[in-house]
Design a protein around this ligand. Structure first.
Ligand code: SAM
Length: 193
């Protein structure tokens, strides 16, 4: 399966701490392979994401890059499709078949989500400007919905590798097992995590 990378533009340490963390959590949980964050360099944010991956598995990585233009240029050169999520774009139901087709045919995807202000240049550099409904909402919701429509829910059944913790789905309460280095259960508890 081809790779999905999320590019989060314009992170601001003070104001976007939680939102960017949630963008990263959604990227990982909904089947992306990595997130690249631009804006203010925030090593604590990267560390928080790495701790999630150490506990709950991957593969997933997070890193900062200084220059978003350079990131887009590199992915374009490598043949990836550049997808910018924006409320001004083509509405998701009208374009998702084409995106699924190119992705299943092996094209990597760079999925861009913005912050407060997205530079106009991004619209021109993107191969696809896609709206998750043409109404303003959130980068977290837009990313989750896009990734879910792309993979038609299959991402929710994904097994994560090298996890230390795994949830046993339960109709009531919390059931979590610890996994050893071979991915086998080493004990069970039902404490919160
Ligand atoms: N006003 C900003 C701009 O310059 O476009 C966008 C602010 S919005 C809170 C932050 C991000 O959420 C956007 O850059 C976009 O990636 C995403 N977003 C918000 N609503 C969206 C929608 N309806 N469809 C797709 N993405 C959306």
């Amino acid at each position: 399966m081809s790779r999905i990378t999320v590019l989060r533009l314009g992170h601001r340490i003070a104001r976007d701490k939680r939102v960017t963390t949630h963008v990263a959590l959604v990227a990982r949980a909904y089947g992306a392979h990595e997130i690249i964050i631009t804006g203010d360099r925030d090593d604590n944010l990267i560390r928080r994401i790495e701790i999630i991956v150490e506990k709950w598995g991957g593969p997933f990585s997070a890193r900062f890059e200084d220059n978003w233009r350079e990131v887009i240029r590199r992915f374009k050169e490598a043949g990836a499709a550049i997808i910018h999520l924006t409320m001004y774009g083509v509405n998701l139901p009208d374009i998702i078949d084409e995106i699924r087709r190119i992705w299943r045919d092996g094209k990597d995807l760079l999925v861009i989500v913005g912050g407060e202000k997205v530079p106009g240049e991004v619209y021109g550099l993107a191969d696809y400007n896609i709206a998750v409904g043409n109404q303003p909402h959130s980068e977290v919701a837009a990313l989750a919905t896009f990734l879910d429509w792309l993979q038609e829910g299959e991402e929710l059944r994904r097994e994560f590798s090298n996890a230390k913790l795994k949830i046993i789905p339960s109709p009531r309460g919390k059931k979590v097992i610890r996994l050893g280095s071979e991915g086998l259960p080493i004990n069970e508890d039902d404490a919160g995590h």
